[in-house]
Write a protein that binds this ligand. Sequence first.
Ligand code: BES
Ligand code: ZN
Ligand code: ZN
Length: 515
Amino acid sequence: MIDERAETRKGVDMKIDLIAKKNWTGRVLVGFMFDGDKTPLAIPGDEGKSLAAVAAGEKFTGQFKKTSLLRGTGDGGRGTGEEGRKLILAGLGKRKEFELDRVRSASAKALKRAEEIGAESVGLLVPDNKEVRGELADFVAAAVEGAILSSYRFDKYRTPKADEAKAVGELTLVFANTKNLSVAMRKAVGEVVARSEAVCFTRDLANEPPSPKPPEKMAEIATGLAKKGRITVEVMHKAELEKLGMGGILRVGAGSHQPPCLVHLTYTPAGKSKQTVVVIGKGVTFDSGGISIKPSAGMEAMKDDMAGAGSVLGLFKWLGSVDVPVTVHGLAPFAENMPGGGAQKPGDVIRHYNGKTAEVISTDAEGRHLLADCLAYGSTLKPDLMIDIATLTGACVVALGDEYSALLGTDKRTIDRLISVGKQQGEFFWELPLPDRYKSHLKSKVADMKHVGKPGIAGTITAGLFLKEFVGEGVPWVHIDIAGPSFTKEGWDYAPAGATGVPLRTIAALLRKGV
Ligand code: BES
Ligand code: ZN
Ligand code: ZN
C-alpha cells in the first residue's frame, strides 16, 4: 500500500502568516538586498546603512544567491538594533539584471541559512512598492514560493538523523508599510500557497517508490481530487479500454500484473467557458523497458516515468482551489512497463484509438503508445489547445540537459508563450523542429509506421513526429518532453534532489489567463 502522505498532503509543511512590523515578535528576520544599493530593502536610512556596512565587512554587498547573517546586540554586538535578533540578508544581484525568478532563489538561500542556525520560525521583511520593479504582490508571492518549494522534503521512508537541520516550519511576512498588507496581497499569497501545494503533491507522486503506486492506485488518488471544486473524474479500466480500442495503453500495460487504466479529469469553470484545453500526461508508473529491458544501472530513476501524469494530477489539485476561464480536460494514462509473460514484444503491431497501427521496435519506447491513444481521444473533445507532457526520450536529455524541456508541436503561439511564461516561472523550455522530412525515419513494411526512428538520430523529434500522427486535423497541439527537468539528481535553488514538479507552474500560469 502507498503511505498516506502522497494522497493526503493537505497543505504545505510551512505555516504562512502576514503581519505588521510593529506586531512582529520573532527572532530571525530575512531581508533582501540589491547589489549596488546603499541599504537593504525595507530598512532605509542610517539603520540600513550601518547594517549594509557590517555586511560589506564580510564581503556581502547583495550578490545574487549570497547571504549574510547579522547578529543582534545581545549576540555578538554587531548592531541589528534588537537584542538577540538575527537578520539574514539575501542578495538579489544587480538591479539591471533583475528577474522575478531571482526572488525565489534568494528566498530559498535565506531559508537554508535560517535552517542552519536552527530557526523554526522566520520573518520575511517585505519591501515597499517603490523599491521593487513590477507588482509588489508578485515579488512577495515569488519569495513565498521559493521558501515553500525549497523546504519540501520527501521523508516518509527515511529516519532523519539527529543532527540534521530541520526545515523552517513557519514563515511570517512582515510589512513595514501596512498599506501593502491588503486584501489583494493576502489573495496573491493564498494563491501561491495553493499552487505550491500542487507542486509538492506532484513531487510526492513522482518521488514515491514504484511498487506502491500501480496504475489503479494512481486512479484512486486522481479520484480523490474530484471531491473539490468543479472537478469530475472518470476512470476507464481494462474492460472499457478494450471496448474503446485503446491498444496503446493496453499493450504497454500487458506485461504487468497491475492492469493499466485511463483517468479522465474535467474542470468546468464557474463562468461561461470560452475555450477547451486538453492536458495529457505520460503515466508509466515504472519503466523497466519491458522485453527490451533497460540496463539495471540507474533503472531506479524510472519510478519518475509518470511525472507527466503527476503534473496533470497536480494541475487538478490546483484547479480545485482557483478559478480559471477555460474548461480543462486532464487525461492520465497509467501503465507499468514490465517484461511479464503477456508483455508486448518487438515485432508486435499495436492498433491505437484512431485505428493507426505501429510496428514495435523497442518495447522501451512505450510512452508514445499511451500518448497516441490519448491524443486521438483528446482530439474528439475538439480542444482549442492540446498539450501533452511526458518523460519521453533520453535523447532529449542529451540535447537539452536536465534543466530544459523540449517543445514540439503545431501551435507556434503557445510554444512561444510557454517559453516566455516559463522563464518568469524559472522553468525552461526550448523548441525543437518537427520537420516532415524526417517522417521517412518512421516507415514500416508491416504497419502504418514504426514507432521509433533510426538509432541515435533525432530521437526526440521522431518521437514528436510519431505523436503528430494521432493529433486530430486542425487541433493546435504542443508536446513537452520533460525527460530532463522532471527530476534533479543534485537539487536546484528551490527544488531539492528528486522530483521537481516541472512544468506544473508554467502550465498553471498559462491556464490562469486563458489560452
Ligand atoms: N522513459 C524513457 C525516457 C527517459 C529516459 C526518461 C531518461 C527520463 C530519463 C522512455 O520510455 C525510453 O525508454 N525511451 C527510449 C526510446 C528509445 C528506445 C527509442 C530512450 O530514450 O532510450
Ligand atoms: Zn521506456
Ligand atoms: Zn518511459
